[in-house]
Design a protein around this ligand. Structure first.
Ligand SMILES: Cc1cc2nc3c(=O)[nH]c(=O)nc-3n(C[C@H](O)[C@H](O)[C@H](O)COP(=O)(O)OP(=O)(O)OC[C@H]3O[C@@H](n4cnc5c(N)ncnc54)[C@H](O)[C@@H]3O)c2cc1C
Length: 445
């Protein structure tokens, strides 16, 4: 097997081993395919079925769960990229499934257009990001998948199916967040809007104040989020709102200082020290959370929503009902303070409005997200297990692409429309061509 470089820069195919970004999942696919067209992709799917192999399309390998792992045929996205068409009347863009979000955002901005909302980074492919329900934070605007207006996918029999609200609507409803279980997505049509500006206000704030004012902070801002630094009473809040301008990007030096030096350089060094000597972590957390200063800048949406994440970590994130987030955070803080755990990574808190996608973590309910992280290479199970106990007690739904231990029995209770999804899967993939161990656990055999 040849050795190839993937979008995330890691070698793959070396000794036949595939690895994710977080370094916590690996697999040995029987073979890889890098189709350059929908026809080639359909042929790869049919060829796998004929050879008795299962199929898994991957994106940029940024999931922390084994959702993209396979011992069958691994379909790579690199030659299925680019903009297919732009419809200015319908205000939609159709892109090849393997297009990185970075490329989509930059191409749209050049055309004077933008997506409505984004997550924290833009390294993922459009199909990979939407398949697990990747989201940012929003009072009125939901996940990236909620911005989908149409999908094209190759199903288990090798045929090409297109869907939208009008065409195959039951497939459209579910396949926007399809977990790679319904077919291989080959193109996605997103809603776009005229390019706008966002003003970001980043401001350190005491943990107790953020919790006391959470509803106001959420209600008064289009995109509110905050990071709490465990072992401290400190947070950094971020409020993004549309503005009339003018464009005022974070100053070059200030931007570099905050985004590169503090958020990546110093943070990486601090994590190294913390991993070697965990007892230093609370002190490092106090110093680093105080090093942040307030700043305001105005820029193109994707530049405000996303920032580089060079310090590698492993993550768990749960969606809880928004009304439960303050209590869940108090319990999380109490748990950390009672325990011998030393946590060097901030806890991230975001929100999303209820949406209508069956397996969206915000399906049918107003949602808040709580994400816990551990520096790569540091044992994370004790922390994640204790956090997961709190989140599940609040009817939490885990991000499909981030570490969790839930199974199909749990999800059948957590998602009112779970049966709708599995019935569609039975229809589209009766022989389970797209099965892997992860899907067996979360959806059933
Ligand atoms: C540094 C970092 C930051 C992150 N930030 C956020 C964030 O802000 N918000 C958030 O919600 N998540 C975030 N995530 C999680 C990440 O967005 C998701 O795990 C996402 O699914 C990864 O996309 P990917 O392109 O790497 O896909 P992969 O992880 O490679 O694949 C994910 C799933 O998509 C399926 N898939 C990929 N391509 C296709 C296709 N063509 N057809 C059908 N199925 C397909 C795969 O089979 C798999 O099931 C982050 C992860 C990292 C590492």
């Amino acid at each position: 097997m040849s050795s190839t470089r993937t979008a995330s820069g890691r070698a793959s195919g070396r000794n036949g081993t595939w690895r994710n970004w977080g370094g916590n999942v690996s697999a040995r696919p029987a073979r890889e395919a890098t189709p350059a067209s929908v026809d080639e992709l359909a042929a790869a799917v049919r060829g796998a079925a004929e050879d008795g192999l299962r199929v898994k399309a991957v994106g940029a390998e940024h999931s922390f769960t084994s959702i993209a792992a396979t011992d069958g045929v691994l379909i790579r996205p690199h030659l299925l990229t680019g903009i297919r068409s732009l419809d200015r009347d319908a205000m939609t863009v159709t892109v090849e499934a393997g297009t990185p979000l970075r490329r989509l955002n930059m191409a749209l901005a050049r055309e004077g257009l933008s997506l409505t909302n984004m997550g924290d980074i833009m390294e993922q492919t459009v199909a990979g990001a939407t398949s697990t329900g990747t989201h940012g934070t929003g009072r009125d605007s939901a996940s990236i998948a909620a911005q989908i207006r149409g999908l094209e996918l190759v199903t288990a029999d090798g045929s090409v199916l297109t869907c939208s609200e009008r065409e195959n609507p039951e497939v459209f409803a579910a396949a926007r967040i399809g977990l790679g279980a319904l077919g291989v997505v080959t193109a996605i049509t997103f809603a776009v809007e005229p390019l706008f500006l966002l003003t970001a206000r980043e401001e350190p704030m005491p943990f107790e104040r953020v919790l006391a004012e959470f509803e106001e902070l959420w209600a008064e801002n289009e995109h509110f989020e905050f990071y709490w630094f465990p072992h401290t009473g400190n947070t950094n809040t971020k409020r993004n709102n549309r503005s009339a301008g003018p464009e005022r990007p974070a100053g070059r030096f200030q931007g570099w200082l905050d985004d590169e030096f503090l958020s990546n350089g110093v943070f990486h060094a601090a994590n190294w020290v913390g991993r070697a000597v965990p007892a230093t972590i609370p002190t490092i957390a106090r110093i680093s959370s105080r090093a942040l200063s307030a700043r305001t800048y105005t820029d193109t949406p994707y530049k405000v929503f996303t920032s580089p994440r060079r310090v590698r970590f492993v993550e768990m994130e749960y969606a809880v009902p928004r009304a439960a987030v303050v209590e869940a955070l108090r319990e999380l803080r109490a748990m950390v303070e009672r325990s011998p755990l030393r946590i060097s990574f901030p806890v991230e808190v975001r929100t999303a409005p209820a949406d209508d996608i069956p397996l969206s973590t915000a399906s049918g309910r107003d949602t808040a997200y709580i994400a816990v992280h551990m520096f790569r290479g540091t044992p994370y199970r004790a922390y994640f297990t204790a956090a997961e106990r709190i989140f599940t007690a609040h009817e939490g739904r885990p991000h499909w692409g981030k570490v969790h231990t839930r199974d199909a029995e749990y999800f059948s209770r957590a998602y009112p429309r779970f049966g709708e999804f599995t019935a569609l899967r039975d229809r589209l993939d009766p022989d389970r061509l797209f099965l892997n161990d992860y899907l067996r656990r979360v959806l059933g055999p």
